[in-house]
Write a protein that binds this ligand. Sequence first.
Ligand code: F6P
Length: 360
Amino acid sequence: MQKIGILTGGGDAPGLNAVIRAAVKTAINVYDCEVFGIKDGYDGFLAENGIIPLAMGEVRGILPRGGTILGTANRGNPYARKVIQDGKEVIIDVSDDIVKGIQKLKLDALLVLGGDGTLRIAHELAGKGVPVIGVPKTIDNDIGGTEITFGFDTALNIATEALDRLHSTAESHHRAMVLELMGRDAGFIALQAGVSGGADVILIPEIPFKFESVLSKIRRRAERGSKFSILAVSEGARPIDGTQAFSRSGDEIYVPRLGGIGQTVGEYINGHGFESRVTVLGHLQRGGTPTAFDRSLSSRYGAAAVHLAARGGFDRMVALHCGRITDVSLAEATATPKRVKLDDDAVATARGLGISFGDE
Ligand code: F6P
């Protein structure tokens, strides 16, 4: 193995730089291998100056830094790229140009740090002969084949801190405080932050809710003397007889953007005799320094990805299984996105603690 490339695709997540650093250091120290960074996801292969050498100097000091030194793009699908042709906007497939770019660089491996979409593209590129290795990144923790993605722990800690902070102001003002959290169609952030932050109500996409049930939980608390309530609401949560809330619709390039369910829940509570306020935590969950757990996991993933490349384990993704780093095929990892299981012990724990999922 003489040359490897690294790219970061999709939404950023805390720990990307820690993976890049570990991969570069391992490649140089253990394999005496050259490393190149591809800027802004797959787009870097097509851009002028889109490829940069990554040596020890480039990764110095980046371990605690959020974001990605390589830049990222969550509209960078080479199979569906929007371009202007003859004054008109058209969608074209540039995947063969990407393959040519990789061949021109003579890469022995391409490490792809990404979520569901980016890893699915990596798997398709593997079908065209590209030697890809996936690294599971996302705050949503929704990638199959691994127990945990890097970035999730940091988002969880930020969400928990936000719930802690909402507690004191909720209590002072006797209000119901709604916190809308990210996660797309997976409720891991809201579920685990809700339990860690002592929420009274947790609403997640996997368990459709009834507004009346949410209200009756708040009412029962008030009757028992707790005149405030804390609600952790996943952006993908939906009422039993309704749909998810979107702040922007999707098209061939953009996925629809979830958002607004927290506001709807807050308004319902306000309209039924309890004062409420809504906070949308948004991208604060993705920005800033990774937790120690994410730094460690990212470093282990970065190193393992390079070792896997050296073994020729292409079209595979590094993963965590029973606390140990292992690897799974990208086909398996991208086949079915991970969701909160209804028989998950965290769900049972929450119910046992008296937390309502708004479904009773
Ligand atoms: O997948 C990560 C994530 O942060 C989701 O939780 C969220 O729905 C989405 O990305 C937001 O995407 P964007 O940064 O494009 O607004």
